[in-house]
Ligand binder design. Structure first.
Ligand code: AMP
Ligand code: TRP
Length: 344
């Protein structure tokens, strides 16, 4: 089997309301992986336009996600932080993958069904083809590891299927061009820890989401300490005391969610949190969760606000990142063209 250098790629959509789910499910992992891997972290604006966006808001949101990356501790000098639309090869490779993936594969994607809702005929073609663009994001850099929240698992499986089909369909040409038995790696999802699926604070059966109409359903990274405290105090719970073991969280989605959030913010496991708080009531636990959340998120939110307004710094980070990403992208795209039989 071909050997690939380990490389991390992930992305966040610039669609506003960055929240605790994005932070714990994705961004915290991005920060951790910096010490062990070469990483590329992308602001995926081509994904954002699969649903309508207001141009001025989109521009501000691209800068906000960039600011959040840096504020959370991603080092844009050591690693590559960039904006998808500034590297045209993403769209170019996505087209190739539109021709590799099968309609049947895409029609099984649950996120399309959720996002398109009842009026599927009226969804954009881009929303349907979106997983091919996501596969292109990752494979353009031949990335091997992809930290994401649980909701992206199915898209990652599709990216692996696309990589495998490309490697098989063009096996002869791949070998003839000196790439051995595979041009693309099978990218591995990194979905671990107590908060891979953070739920709404208002309804433990719904994912915490940017698009939930209730702002009380989520903690935004831009929320100040008072707002964070209020949202946690109002978070839905049940009348029982906290259990001492994780088994006691079964069928108690709201309690399970808050315990998972605490564990993730404090770098602990759920059993550890329950050992400390089991048997106690929610109000004591919620007070501790407020203190922890404010301590961890407050400084990030403040730094994010400061950086977001420093447009020339943010734009310089993105320009430098795009330049460095493009160096890798151009080379891999040229190889793909040779493999496919294009003349360049
Ligand atoms: P998005 O905002 O959809 O671009 O998501 C960016 C990253 O955050 C992806 O890796 C998602 O899987 C992750 N994510 C989004 N919502 C949640 C959530 N409620 N819990 C955990 N991870 C999430
Ligand atoms: N689809 C992801 C989301 O909605 C964002 C994304 C786009 C992504 N391209 C990616 C994540 C590549 C990981 C790798 O959250």
């Amino acid at each position: 089997m071909a050997k690939f250098i380990e490389r991390v790629f992930s992305g966040v959509q610039p669609t506003g309301n960055l929240h605790l789910g994005n932070y714990l499910g994705a961004i915290v992992k991005f920060v951790e992986l910096q010490s062990t891997h070469d990483c590329l972290y992308c602001v995926v604006d081509l994904h954002a336009i699969t649903v309508p966006q207001k141009p001025e808001e989109l521009r501000a949101n691209i800068r906000e996600v960039t600011a959040a990356y840096v504020a959370a501790g991603i080092d844009p000098k050591q690693h590559i932080v960039f904006n998808q639309s500034q590297v045209a090869e993403h769209a170019e490779l996505a087209w190739v993958f539109n021709c590799v993936a099968r309609v049947g594969w895409l029609s099984r994607m649950t996120q399309f069904k959720e996002k398109a809702g009842k009026d599927k005929e009226n969804a954009s073609v881009g929303l349907y083809a979106y997983p091919c663009l996501m596969a292109a994001d990752i494979l353009l850099y031949r990335a091997t590891h992809v930290p994401v929240g649980e909701d992206q698992k199915q898209h990652l499986e599709l990216a692996r299927d696309i990589a495998q089909k490309f490697n098989l369909d063009f096996a002869e040409s791949i070998a003839a061009h000196g790439h051995g038995d595979a041009f693309f790696p099978s990218p591995e999802p990194l979905i671990q820890g107590p908060a891979t699926r953070v739920m709404s604070l208002r309804d433990g059966s719904k994912k915490m989401s940017k698009s939930d109409p209730s702002d009380y359903s989520r903690i935004n990274l831009s929320d100040d300490a008072d707002t964070i405290a209020q949202k946690i105090r109002k978070a839905k719970t049940d009348p029982e005391a906290l259990p001492s073991e994780p088994a006691g969280l079964a069928h108690r989605p709201e309690a399970d969610n808050l315990v998972g959030i605490y564990a993730a913010l404090n770098g602990e496991t759920k059993p550890e949190v329950l050992r400390a708080f089991g048997g106690g009531n929610f109000s004591a636990f919620k007070s501790a969760l407020v203190d922890l959340s404010v301590a961890k998120l407050g400084p990030i939110g403040a730094e994010m606000k400061r950086l977001k307004d420093d447009v020339s710094y943010i734009d310089a980070v993105l320009a430098d990142g795009a330049y460095r990403a493009k160096t890798i992208a151009r080379e891999n795209m040229a190889a793909v063209k040779d493999i496919l039989g294009f003349v360049r």
